[in-house]
Design a protein around this ligand. Structure first.
Ligand code: FES
Length: 136
Protein backbone atom coordinates (compact mmCIF):
# COMPACT_ATOMS: atom_id res chain seq x y z
CA UNK A 1 0.00 0.00 0.00
CA UNK A 2 1.28 3.47 -0.85
CA UNK A 3 2.17 5.61 2.16
CA UNK A 4 0.74 8.77 0.62
CA UNK A 5 -2.50 9.27 -1.32
CA UNK A 6 -2.25 10.29 -4.99
CA UNK A 7 -3.49 13.74 -3.99
CA UNK A 8 -0.71 14.20 -1.43
CA UNK A 9 1.85 13.16 -4.04
CA UNK A 10 0.31 15.53 -6.59
CA UNK A 11 0.44 18.52 -4.21
CA UNK A 12 3.95 17.58 -3.08
CA UNK A 13 5.33 17.23 -6.60
CA UNK A 14 3.29 20.10 -8.09
CA UNK A 15 2.60 22.47 -5.20
CA UNK A 16 0.06 25.23 -5.93
CA UNK A 17 0.55 28.86 -5.00
CA UNK A 18 4.21 28.74 -4.01
CA UNK A 19 5.72 32.16 -3.42
CA UNK A 20 5.06 35.42 -1.64
CA UNK A 21 2.41 38.14 -1.78
CA UNK A 22 4.45 41.35 -1.45
CA UNK A 23 1.51 43.45 -0.23
CA UNK A 24 -0.07 40.67 1.83
CA UNK A 25 -2.88 41.59 4.19
CA UNK A 26 -1.62 39.06 6.71
CA UNK A 27 1.41 36.79 7.05
CA UNK A 28 1.68 33.81 9.34
CA UNK A 29 4.97 32.10 10.09
CA UNK A 30 4.93 28.96 12.18
CA UNK A 31 7.43 26.27 13.05
CA UNK A 32 6.70 22.69 13.95
CA UNK A 33 8.23 21.99 17.35
CA UNK A 34 8.37 18.28 16.58
CA UNK A 35 10.62 18.50 13.53
CA UNK A 36 11.66 22.16 13.09
CA UNK A 37 9.93 22.57 9.72
CA UNK A 38 8.66 26.06 8.90
CA UNK A 39 5.69 27.37 6.93
CA UNK A 40 5.14 30.99 5.94
CA UNK A 41 1.63 31.72 4.65
CA UNK A 42 0.63 34.96 2.89
CA UNK A 43 -2.99 36.03 2.58
CA UNK A 44 -4.53 38.79 0.51
CA UNK A 45 -7.84 39.79 2.04
CA UNK A 46 -10.36 42.14 0.48
CA UNK A 47 -13.27 43.14 2.68
CA UNK A 48 -13.83 39.92 4.57
CA UNK A 49 -12.80 37.52 1.82
CA UNK A 50 -9.46 35.81 1.19
CA UNK A 51 -8.79 36.53 -2.47
CA UNK A 52 -5.28 35.07 -2.71
CA UNK A 53 -2.97 32.82 -0.71
CA UNK A 54 0.65 31.85 -1.24
CA UNK A 55 3.17 29.92 0.81
CA UNK A 56 6.80 29.11 1.37
CA UNK A 57 7.54 25.93 3.25
CA UNK A 58 10.80 24.48 4.43
CA UNK A 59 9.69 21.02 5.35
CA UNK A 60 8.74 17.46 4.55
CA UNK A 61 6.53 16.29 1.69
CA UNK A 62 3.41 16.25 3.87
CA UNK A 63 4.12 19.81 5.03
CA UNK A 64 4.45 20.98 1.43
CA UNK A 65 1.30 19.15 0.33
CA UNK A 66 -0.75 20.50 3.26
CA UNK A 67 0.57 24.03 2.64
CA UNK A 68 -0.40 23.75 -1.02
CA UNK A 69 -3.93 22.46 -0.36
CA UNK A 70 -4.62 25.01 2.37
CA UNK A 71 -3.99 27.84 -0.11
CA UNK A 72 -6.66 26.29 -2.34
CA UNK A 73 -9.06 25.69 0.54
CA UNK A 74 -8.98 29.26 1.82
CA UNK A 75 -9.14 31.17 -1.45
CA UNK A 76 -12.63 32.59 -1.87
CA UNK A 77 -13.55 31.92 1.75
CA UNK A 78 -14.56 34.52 4.32
CA UNK A 79 -12.32 34.91 7.35
CA UNK A 80 -14.93 33.17 9.52
CA UNK A 81 -15.09 30.21 7.13
CA UNK A 82 -11.29 30.00 6.95
CA UNK A 83 -10.98 29.95 10.73
CA UNK A 84 -13.11 26.80 10.78
CA UNK A 85 -10.57 24.89 8.66
CA UNK A 86 -8.85 22.41 10.95
CA UNK A 87 -5.72 20.40 10.35
CA UNK A 88 -8.00 17.35 10.04
CA UNK A 89 -9.96 19.07 7.26
CA UNK A 90 -6.68 19.88 5.51
CA UNK A 91 -5.56 16.24 5.74
CA UNK A 92 -8.98 15.01 4.57
CA UNK A 93 -8.85 17.33 1.55
CA UNK A 94 -5.67 15.49 0.58
CA UNK A 95 -7.34 12.09 0.88
CA UNK A 96 -5.81 11.54 4.31
CA UNK A 97 -2.32 11.43 5.76
CA UNK A 98 -0.52 8.57 7.48
CA UNK A 99 -1.01 8.82 11.26
CA UNK A 100 2.67 9.50 11.78
CA UNK A 101 2.46 12.53 9.43
CA UNK A 102 -0.70 14.10 10.88
CA UNK A 103 1.41 16.52 12.93
CA UNK A 104 2.64 18.02 9.63
CA UNK A 105 -0.91 19.22 8.87
CA UNK A 106 -0.94 21.24 12.12
CA UNK A 107 1.48 23.70 10.47
CA UNK A 108 -1.14 24.62 7.86
CA UNK A 109 -3.87 25.26 10.44
CA UNK A 110 -1.58 27.27 12.69
CA UNK A 111 -0.13 29.35 9.84
CA UNK A 112 -3.65 30.14 8.66
CA UNK A 113 -4.67 31.34 12.13
CA UNK A 114 -1.43 33.31 12.51
CA UNK A 115 -1.91 35.04 9.13
CA UNK A 116 -5.49 36.01 10.02
CA UNK A 117 -4.33 37.26 13.42
CA UNK A 118 -1.66 39.34 11.67
CA UNK A 119 -4.35 40.76 9.38
CA UNK A 120 -6.47 41.78 12.39
CA UNK A 121 -3.43 43.38 14.07
CA UNK A 122 -2.59 45.35 10.92
CA UNK A 123 -6.19 46.48 10.63
CA UNK A 124 -6.22 47.60 14.27
CA UNK A 125 -3.00 49.58 13.85
CA UNK A 126 -4.26 51.12 10.58
CA UNK A 127 -7.42 52.12 12.45
CA UNK A 128 -5.33 53.81 15.13
CA UNK A 129 -3.35 55.68 12.49
CA UNK A 130 -6.63 56.90 10.97
CA UNK A 131 -7.81 58.08 14.38
CA UNK A 132 -4.51 59.95 14.88
CA UNK A 133 -4.80 61.49 11.40
CA UNK A 134 -8.37 62.61 12.08
CA UNK A 135 -7.39 64.09 15.44
CA UNK A 136 -4.34 65.92 14.03
FE1 FES B 1 8.10 18.27 9.79
FE2 FES B 1 6.36 17.01 8.43
S1 FES B 1 8.13 16.17 9.33
S2 FES B 1 6.21 19.05 9.09
Amino acid sequence: MAVYSDKVMDHFLHPRNVGEIPDASGVGTVGNPICGDVLKLYLKIEGNVIVDAKFKTFGCGAAIATSSIVTELVTGKTIEQALKISNKAVAEALGGLPKIKMHCSVLAEEALRAAIEDFHKKQASDGQKDVKKNNA
